[in-house]
Design a protein around this ligand. Structure first.
Ligand SMILES: C[S@@+](CC[C@H](N)C(=O)[O-])C[C@H]1O[C@@H](n2cnc3c(N)ncnc32)[C@H](O)[C@@H]1O
Length: 316
């Protein structure tokens, strides 16, 4: 039984992203990641069963379906996640593909609802390291058949993904510790009750938002702060259209969403493996009768930007 809090991921996947960790706007990076996984799937023949652990909204299964369809292969493709996922509902743009995957939410990597030896391939992209690996790795081993392959991209403590998200977590912390949400609510309440001239309130509201980025210690690398400044500005602009109570709730919601995001970012950073932890994982897998096929930095692009560790092992 795993009792981890999943609300942050539940809400994240409901908002419809197909994947996490790499910015959705970074299309080039995502294409290279997709091509990498396509190369993995191309190692497999017809009639296999594959499982993606911690699948989110099913990026990896969607790539597996696309590859299998192109080859006219009859693959049985599964994706599980501890969060309450429903990719077919939440990612309408990829519905046709995701519909061909067997998804199950509320499934812990530590307790997989499959028969022993069921799968030819188990994958994980930035996921299994979030679980209790002392329990999830033996579970993964149990459901993989003899000769089956385990492939994973894991967070690395010195990858750009972890560095960027660590900075994002610090920005989120800075905002959450600031008075900005209370100040915005106070000014909006004043404006909504028309106790003061609107122009003055509006200017003070904008000044408060501007001050946030001016006083942030590393203004050049900001990411979360401008997004929050825009959201709070949007709320100010919408304030005439909605009931005062709804407007104030929008500020509370923005804060709650930021707090959830900060927790996910912290989780990401603390799941990252350094060399010692990676070695421990490989020792654990070898002790479970796995043969190491690949263990390398997962880097992409001409500049070799490091996104994590890549491992591929075969069950003897
Ligand atoms: C960083 S996301 C990666 C999602 C997806 N693999 C991708 O690359 O887009 C990590 C996922 O692992 C899931 N997760 C965390 N702990 C888990 C556990 N113990 N068992 C199964 N899934 C878990 C989270 O709910 C989340 O969806």
């Amino acid at each position: 039984m795993v009792t981890k809090e999943t609300r942050g991921w539940d809400n994240y996947w409901k908002r419809g992203a197909l994947h996490s960790c790499v910015s959705a706007s970074d299309k080039q990076k995502q294409q290279e990641i997709n091509d990498f996984w396509r190369g993995i799937y191309a190692q497999f023949p017809d009639d296999i069963a594959s499982l993606d652990i911690g699948t989110g909204n099913g990026l990896l299964p969607s790539l597996a379906v696309t590859y299998a369809n192109e080859q006219e292969y009859d693959w049985e493709i599964h994706g599980v996640d501890l969060a309450d996922i429903d990719p077919v509902r939440d990612v309408p743009a990829a519905q046709d593909i995701l519909d061909q995957v067997n998804f199950q939410g509320r499934v812990a990597a530590e307790d997989l609802p499959f028969k022993a030896g069921y799968f030819d391939l188990v994958t994980s992209q930035y996921a299994i390291e979030y679980s209790d690996m002392a329990r999830s790795i033996p579970e993964m081993v149990r459901v993989l058949r003899k000769g089956g392959i385990f492939c994973a991209i894991l967070h690395s403590h010195n990858s750009i993904v972890v560095a960027q998200n660590n900075e994002n977590a610090q920005e989120a912390d800075y905002l959450l510790k600031s008075d900005i949400f209370t100040e915005c609510k106070d000014l909006l309440s004043l404006m909504l009750s028309r106790k003061e001239a609107e122009g003055g309130i509006y200017n003070q509201y904008v000044e408060n938002l501007v001050r946030l980025s001016e006083s942030y210690p590393s203004p050049l690398s900001m990411n979360i702060i401008p997004v929050m400044q825009n959201s709070l500005m949007e709320i100010m602009k919408l304030s005439r259209k909605y009931h005062p109570q709804q407007v104030l709730e929008m500020v509370d919601n923005a804060r709650r969403r930021l707090s959830e995001q900060r927790d996910l970012l912290r989780d990401l950073v603390s799941s990252a493996l350094d060399e010692v932890k990676l070695e421990e994982l490989l020792v654990q897998l070898k002790s479970l009768n796995f043969e190491l096929i690949h263990e390398e930095k997962f880097s992409i692009g001409q500049e070799n930007v490091m996104l994590g560790h890549y491992i591929q092992l075969k069950k003897r």
